[in-house]
Design a protein around this ligand. Structure first.
Ligand code: FRU
Length: 376
């Protein structure tokens, strides 16, 4: 059978079919994303920003791991990424100290490492992307200083203490407030979450002295507001609530300021889209820098309304542009696929013409050989 010319032709035909079939673009680069938590909208929009930007690079595959705010889980997930030899790693650490050694281990293993939003305690990484949290804390302190007259009590609600964003927001804030002798600061742990902040404020012995709540993010500021309202609704109108993040949707940030539930917030960009842009620069051998500082902005009642509308319009435009781009891309892919199919069909027709010619010739030769034997 193996020597049979028809058998050989069949193999050639199959090889040709596989070689000519229009295939999908291969994923060339795997980017591991080590995310400290995924339960809040800010972190979810960070991942969404990454996914949108990754649409521009079909060669990229994103693999996201959620550490659920647990240092040990994050460490073992990063070890897993190192073992798999991902092409690039993005880390947003749960807490600075415990996650630093494994982040350095990844970098030393030759994996380009992007540190996003929350820092590590070492210079051994490829690049850092994030806004200046110390400056955010300081600006909030200065804003508060401009509001207060006489003795004032501020309730500062901390994010997770071991995370760099919380420590830096706190440091900037106390540095700005330290010049004011009339200020008393009370501290409380909210671990970044609305529920924690709400429960901790409910537990406080007294809240009557609180003039201002500065929470390290908007969710906790809103949680504190709910608790104060529940304890004594007459107090809530006299307290200023200030947070950080300035998210657009979900009743948080900008929306909460526009509705008067928060007095101010600070826009804190997720950096997800920038991280993928920079990742692509690194992977494709383009130039990049060691640090990308993202800009922030103060949001209060004077600009929340317009910001709210502008950002909604910008988001809608962005979505429309993205949709147009995808439609255009699909059209182009379709036309390439059509060309390929035409080409393959022509090649197959040509092949069949040749094959039928070969079969005729082969059968004729076999027949002649047979006849010759019989003649003998
Ligand atoms: C979300 C979050 C944000 C905050 C950021 C700081 O997990 O707490 O609200 O701005 O992390 O790292």
């Amino acid at each position: 059978m193996k020597g049979n010319p028809l058998y050989i032709l069949l193999w050639l035909f199959l090889i040709l079919c596989f070689a000519c079939s229009p295939g999908k673009k291969e994923k060339k680069y795997v980017i591991g994303v080590s995310q400290c938590s995924m339960t809040d909208i800010w972190r979810q929009s960070m991942i969404r920003d990454m996914e949108v930007e990754a649409l521009n690079h079909p060669e990229i595959e994103l693999v996201v791991m959620d550490a659920s705010q647990d240092n040990d889980t994050q460490i073992s997930q990063i070890k897993g990424f190192i073992k798999k030899k991902v092409d690039l790693l993005i880390i947003s650490s749960n807490e600075t100290e415990p996650v630093t050694p494994v982040a350095v281990e990844a970098y030393s293993a030759g994996i380009p490492t992007i540190i996003l939003d929350r820092k590590i305690n070492s210079d051994e990484y490829t690049t850092y992307i994030g806004a200046d949290n110390y400056e955010i804390g300081r600006s909030i302190g200065m804003y508060i200083s401009s509001l207060i007259k006489g003795e004032t009590t501020i309730l500062e609600i901390w994010g997770r203490r071991g995370s760099s964003s919380a420590t830096e927001r706190h440091q900037g804030f106390v540095d700005a407030m330290s010049i004011d002798p009339n200020v008393k600061i009370r501290e409380l742990d909210g671990y970044w979450y609305r529920k924690n902040a709400y429960e901790e404020v409910l537990k406080l012995d007294s809240i009557e002295d609180v003039d201002i709540v500065f929470a390290h993010n908007d969710m906790m500021a809103l949680g504190a507001r709910e608790a104060i309202e529940e304890r004594d609704s007459s107090l809530v109108g006299h307290v200023e609530f200030i947070g950080v993040d300035g998210l657009l949707g979900g009743g948080l940030g900008v929306e909460a300021v526009a509705q008067g539930k928060l007095d101010a917030s600070f826009y804190y960009p997720t950096g997800g889209g920038v991280a993928i842009k920079v990742a692509w620069q690194i992977l494709s051998g383009q130039a990049y820098t060691k640090k990308y500082a993202l800009s922030t902005a103060m949001i209060d009642k004077t600009n929340a309304g317009t910001l709210y509308i502008n950002r909604k319009v910008r988001q809608k435009n962005h979505l429309l542009n993205e949709r147009n781009r995808l439609v255009q891309q699909q059209k182009e892919e379709l036309s390439v696929a059509n060309q390929r199919i035409e080409q393959v069909t022509t090649q197959k027709l040509q092949f069949f013409t040749n094959v039928s010619h070969e079969i005729k010739t082969v059968s004729y030769t076999h027949l002649r050989a047979h006849e010759t034997v019989l003649d003998l």
